[in-house]
Write a protein that binds this ligand. Structure first.
Ligand SMILES: C[S@@+](CC[C@H](N)C(=O)[O-])C[C@H]1O[C@@H](n2cnc3c(N)ncnc32)[C@H](O)[C@@H]1O
Length: 248
């Protein structure tokens, strides 16, 4: 896992880099319409905290394995924060909505890992529940723009500026291995993070969903709910669990 999620100082910069945007509005609508919600890979927990602020009175659970991210989330105690992932914590037909955002689905780099998460999400959902997540569409090859010349500069909450530089190290099939480098006066030397992201095709995502008991209910290509097309930036999926004997 990238150090930027584990490290308390780097994680404290996450919400500065990843400000509220249209994807958050999309998921917030789903969260507000669901009584019980599980956010897998909740990170700093901004979405669930915002849902509480907007008056959500039901069960909100944020699950994340990273110490640094959960330290940010735990600045509020009106949401249940659990350290772990769906291989270490299990739920049994408890949620109306399970979602993964911030491209968490792309952390799972093999069919086996993705299937394990989808299967556990299926188990966590009530029979009438929904799974929602997004994955960047590989067709436009977005990682080709993640190059040092497109680096961004931010101002941290303490007023210091820092830069985040992305560089692609290698591409291998649907895997992209990248570095994310943090530079600025708050560090004595650049902080280099490494990550591998999977860019699964829409066909692969559908195969994984079907193999783990889901039917695609809605599929979008962007946060304005425009339909998915091969040139879409995102593959956004809302899926329902197929009924199984144990649900009756
Ligand atoms: C890019 S962040 C997204 C955070 C948040 N969902 C958001 O949209 O801002 C990815 C998150 O996934 C978490 N993560 C890493 N491995 C995971 C796993 N196996 N299961 C669930 N979450 C994981 C990381 O700790 C990190 O908080």
């Amino acid at each position: 896992m990238p150090d930027s999620y584990e490290d308390v100082d780097l994680a404290s910069l996450y919400d500065t880099i990843n400000v509220w945007g249209p994807s958050d509005d999309f998921y917030l609508d789903l969260v507000m319409a669901a009584e019980s919600v599980l956010d897998v890979g909740c990170g700093t927990g901004l979405l669930l905290k915002t849902a509480r602020d907007r008056g959500h009175r039901g069960r909100l659970v944020g699950l994340d394995p990273a110490t640094g991210m959960l330290a940010q989330a735990r600045t509020r105690d009106d949401v249940d924060w659990i350290q772990g992932d769906l291989s270490t914590v299990s739920f049994d037909r408890e949620f109306d909505l399970v979602f993964m955002t911030g491209h968490v689905f792309q952390i799972f780099t093999t069919d086996e890992q993705a299937s394990a998460v989808l299967s556990a999400a299926r188990q966590a959902l009530r029979p009438t529940g929904r799974l929602a997540f997004e994955s960047l569409n590989p067709e436009p090859m977005p990682w080709r723009n993640w190059v040092p010349r497109n680096a961004s500069t931010y101002t941290a909450p303490d007023g210091t500026d820092f830069r985040v530089v992305h560089d692609i190290v290698w591409e291998d099939g649907d895997l992209v291995h990248l570095t994310e480098t943090y530079e600025g006066p708050r560090w004595s030397e650049p902080q280099v993070d490494q990550a591998t992201m999977r860019f699964a095709s829409v066909e692969k995502i559908d195969q994984l969903l079907a193999g783990n008991g889901f039917e695609v209910e809605r599929r979008y290509g962007f946060w304005d709910r425009s339909p998915y097309a091969p040139a879409s930036k995102e593959i956004i999926t809302v899926a329902t669990p197929r009924p199984r004997p144990a649900d009756h």
